[in-house]
Design a protein around this ligand. Structure first.
Ligand SMILES: [Zn+2]
Ligand SMILES: [Zn+2]
Length: 792
């Protein structure tokens, strides 16, 4: 007798499988279709407004296996949050009556996206097409499929369908259309599907905005110009970047001069891992990050001797690391295949404005920086800068969350299942915003510094866009407590202008930093308390007395916080000026630790270079400002302490050109001796719940007198800070009987400090939670603000 086909087995039942997460626009339905064929299952699959819905007829054993396969084989761009399976009654299965196979069916409710996919680097299958001479996509820079290519960067509105993207104006040729319609094809429903016949093209312009070449010729000329040391602006997935030969001092120098970017490290683009290995050390984790579908810039330790590729010293002279990335688009691959040196790879923008995404803007504004501009005719709708990551203590940390990550959702604990309609605006620097919709957090791409007007406008634009894309209605708005933040004022104006009632929730800066870590670790929303150590730049304090915080120990949960210990406050002499003139902080600390006997101290250390330097400044005025409390608010900021030490050691003493420059420079100097067992930190000085820094400053003055090296003093100062934080953390954890320690705030980007504290806390049997999905800097604030608002 013939075996009974599996589909007709008598013990088969009807099942419904619901898959939630990022499952639309990522090739999920054809994947299910193929899987169903493999198992000879009949049924159907569709998108609906909750994700993907599968209905099948099969047996108990197969359904279990089928669901396991969905999880383990799911397409690369998909992110499954939940798979819910249930049996359906036989009499409710009209859908099946006439089914003889497995079908992909149209959605009944319109194909509203549950979660928008992010952009992804060109996959290996598409690269094979691009570099196959016999393929009709040979050297075609816009080759993509359902597993790769642009997504959020081209979406104008939902549903995610070609006609609502910037691909709408390109009508697919017959061959592309047949790929698009064929469930067995890798390009089935790939919305940006294109080929040289029907898709976007590139155009090369010179700096007089004259078009000099198109298509393949434009690319080969670009390669030639880069080899000659020219600066070329290239349009990528989420914006324009400036590229130049990184081994040419002349090219790097003129790029810096023309961009007026004098100090900040420049990113690098390499052909492959092999090329990076010639310049930097890479461990397995770092290699995985470099090859991740988001293609981030990864900070890597420099090799002291770069054997073949001698990179320009002007790339990152103040740092021991390079920021490297690999090609993200077919265009970048085609260019890099022909180039034997790493390229400088830095966002193309003017001053602090957002990265340029429009062709017209690029041609108007970049001609003064770039020698040539390579544009293409696929519009970028949503700007997405490169993401920046670093592996610290074998954990990946995110410094800038942008292309490839945003707007992927961050899953929260089930306690937040009902949370909805919350918009958190974030802070003023490194701004991001966050939506809470249906119990998940959607963290926006990095916006930037809101003090720049164009960036502020970009934030307003993006909030409107996300509201549309996510069909999002605001019920609550969360922001920072700082009354002078642009973000706070913006949040207030949104509430005032709204036609319906919106609740405004102001959150304390460091509480928000800490809560963001709880949320990404999916902690429950109950009364359990954590001990938070927030090491940060400046944030508005919680006492409403105008003091600024930033070196804080807090007992907290989502609902509340209590400040239990902190760094000793020091006046910020000159207010905002202390943020970019480190020497002001050096003076304030030395003055405070001279026991208010400045004259005696300056006499004792009169020969020291720092004292001589400070004597050239209006010290008398500053003393008066401190004593009369004029423009000298008190601050317990860790960031300003780092700046003060950097200033003492003559690292960026007069002025910094970008946030945290002095602190980063201090870390670079400290690196050599920080883990040296023969080096001990300066004397710890803890009284009650306050960390004083008298021992640290006394030590610096004495070592300076003995002409100790900058590297030794930097290491001893940083060790003193790390040991003080450790001692206070242990003290508070014992006092309050709390084992769970949360670290957050921008100063934890100091990898020496973070590595040492994590190790030491673990040795003391404490659990440590650190940020990994959201940045520990202000880029993670909005996530914390949003979660605090869920309870208000
Ligand atoms: Zn692909
Ligand atoms: Zn085509």
């Amino acid at each position: 007798m013939l075996p009974i086909p599996k589909v007709w087995m008598p013990h088969n039942s009807y099942y419904q499988i619901r898959v939630q997460g990022v499952v639309q626009g990522v090739g999920f339905r054809p994947f299910i279709w193929q899987l169903a064929k493999k198992y000879h299952i009949i049924g159907n699959v569709r998108n609906d407004n909750q994700g993907v819905l599968i209905q099948i007829r099969t047996d108990k054993k197969t359904i279990k296996e089928f669901c396991q396969q969905i999880k383990s084989l799911c397409p690369p761009l998909a992110k499954i949050d939940k798979i819910i399976t249930k049996k359906i009654d036989d009499n409710k299965t009209d859908d099946f009556k006439n089914l003889k196979s497995f079908k992909i069916i149209k959605s009944i409710l319109g194909e509203a996206l549950t979660n928008l996919p992010s952009d992804a680097i060109t996959c290996s299958d598409c690269l094979d097409d691009v570099f196959d001479k016999n393929n009709h996509r040979y050297l075609y820079p816009f080759t993509n499929c359902t597993n790769c290519g642009p997504r959020i960067s081209i979406i104008q509105q939902i549903p995610y369908d070609r006609k609502y993207t910037s691909m709408a104006k390109f009508i697919m040729c017959d061959s592309c259309q047949s790929e698009y319609d064929d469930p067995q094809n890798r390009r089935f429903h790939a919305q940006p599907n294109a080929c040289p016949k029907c898709g976007p093209q590139v155009f090369l312009y010179d700096n007089k905005t004259l078009q000099i070449a198109t298509k393949n010729q434009a690319i080969s000329q670009t390669i030639e110009f880069l080899k000659q040391g020219k600066i070329v602006a290239i349009k990528g997935l989420g914006g324009f970047t400036l590229c130049a030969d990184a081994t040419s001092n002349l090219a790097v120098k003129s790029l810096r001069l023309r961009k007026k970017k004098y100090a900040k490290a420049l990113g690098l683009l390499a052909k492959d891992i092999k090329m990076i290995k010639k310049c930097a050390h890479i461990n397995n984790k770092e290699q995985d990050l470099l090859q991740h579908i988001s293609s981030p810039i990864v900070l890597l330790q420099k090799k002291t001797k770069t054997f073949q590729n001698k990179l320009s010293d002007l790339i990152s002279s103040e740092s021991n690391s390079y920021g490297f990335c690999l090609p993200s688009t077919a265009l970048h691959h085609i260019i890099m295949r022909q180039i034997d040196n790493p390229l400088i790879y830095t966002s193309a923008n003017i001053a602090d404005n957002p990265q340029i995404i429009k062709n017209s803007q690029a041609l108007d504004n970049l001609a003064s920086i770039a020698d040539f501009i390579l544009i293409h005719d696929r519009k970028i709708i949503n700007r997405a800068d490169d993401s920046v990551m670093e592996v610290i203590n074998n954990n990946s940390t995110i410094i800038r969350r942008a292309r490839g990550f945003a707007p992927l959702p961050i899953d929260l604990h089930d306690d937040f299942k009902k949370s909805d309609g919350i918009l958190a605006i974030g802070g003023d620097k490194k701004n991001t915003f966050c939506l809470i919709k249906n119990g998940t957090a959607i963290l926006s791409s990095h916006t930037g510094n809101l003090n720049n007007y164009a960036t502020y406008e970009n934030l307003q634009h993006n909030i409107k866009l996300y509201q549309k894309l996510y069909d999002f209605k605001i019920k609550k708005i969360a922001c920072d407590k700082h009354p002078n933040y642009i973000s706070t004022k913006f949040a207030t104006s949104l509430v005032e202008k709204s036609a319906h009632k919106i609740k405004l929730i102001k959150t304390q800066h460091h509480h928000a930093h800490l809560v963001s870590v709880l949320s990404e670790h999916k902690k429950a929303n109950n009364d359990t308390k954590y001990l938070g150590v927030a090491m940060d730049g400046l944030g508005y304090g919680g006492d409403n007395d105008g003091t600024l915080w930033g070196g804080e120990f807090m007992l907290f949960n989502y609902k509340n916080y209590q400040r239990v210990a902190h760094f000793a406050p020091v006046p910020l002499v000159g207010g905002d000026a202390t943020s970019y003139e480190p020497w002001r902080n050096t003076f304030a600390y030395l003055y405070q630790n001279s026991n208010n006997n400045w004259q005696e101290m300056t006499k004792k250390y009169a020969d020291l270079e720092i004292i001589k330097f400070l004597q050239t400044k209006p010290i008398k005025n500053m003393q008066q400002m401190i004593e009369q409390k004029i423009n000298s608010p008190l601050s317990s900021s860790a960031g300003r302490l780092f700046d003060a030490i950097a200033g003492f050691l003559n690292l960026n003493r007069e002025k910094i050109h970008f946030e945290a420059q002095a602190a980063m420079n201090l870390q670079t100097q400290a690196e050599k001796y920080f883990f040296d067992k023969n080096i001990q930190g300066y004397k710890i000085d803890i009284k009650d719940n306050i960390i004083n820094w008298q021992g640290l400053w006394q030590g610096l003055l004495e070592d300076s007198k003995q002409k100790k090296s900058t590297q030794i003093m930097a290491a001893k100062a940083l060790l003193c800070i790390s040991e003080s934080i450790l001692k206070m953390t242990i003290k508070q954890s014992q006092k309050h009987d709390i084992k769970n320690i949360v670290l957050s705030g921008g100063m934890w980007q100091n990898k020496l400090l973070l590595t040492k504290i994590i190790r030491s806390l673990k040795q003391n049997d404490l659990n440590v939670l650190t940020p990994s999905q959201a940045p520990s800097n202000d880029g993670g604030l909005s996530l914390g603000q949003a979660l605090i608002a869920t309870n208000k």
